[in-house]
Design a protein around this ligand. Sequence first.
Ligand code: SF4
Ligand code: SF4
Ligand code: SF4
Length: 201
Amino acid sequence: MRFAAPLTELALTNLIHAIDAVLPQTQCTRCEYPACHPYAEAVAKQAIPLNRCEPGGEEVITKIAHLLDQAPLPLFHPPRPTQVAFIREEDCIGCARCLPACPVDAILGARRWMHTVITEDCTGCDLCLKSCPVDCIEMVSPPGHWALPDPSLSRQRYHAHLSRQEHRRAKRDHDQDRAQRRAAMIENARAAMQARRNKTQ
Ligand code: SF4
Ligand code: SF4
Ligand code: SF4
């Protein structure tokens, strides 16, 4: 049974927080939302059923159902095998395109250097695959000791990833703005010099 009366803003915020807290924080987008928190928000606002988190499986569905006082539903997407990303280092060209693609910063590397996956931090979301221009990232069975990273650590890494991207975006905008202003100043100076030359001729 869904909530009979609309929730207050505070109750809704608490519910979103509680749902987000039980999600695995892979940020994989398989629920068709851009990350776990927006999915939690959509579920709390009743915009989407509670069974769309494939990595969370039945365990997460049961927890969300409990929070919503609702009956659980069968998993919407068929479960995928547990895998982690692996970079064939001998084929890596060091383009660094996979770094921004990984929502939890589980790839180590720098431009023009070989990259590698930190298996313990990898959630198996596979979002890095498409970013690689030479297809040297593949999904493989995790090593025996591997377990899905602690969701609270994945959430922290995701937020750190977002804030670094935001910082880079702001710096790029700032640099572009400065370059445009500089170009405009040079253009104005040229125009002023030309006007002065025209006067003296
Ligand atoms: S872990 Fe679940 S809720 Fe989070 S993005 Fe993936 S499918 Fe969506
Ligand atoms: S390395 Fe790839 S599969 Fe692993 S968490 Fe990052 S994007 Fe996802
Ligand atoms: S995208 Fe592929 S080639 Fe580029 S750094 Fe990452 S793994 Fe290497």
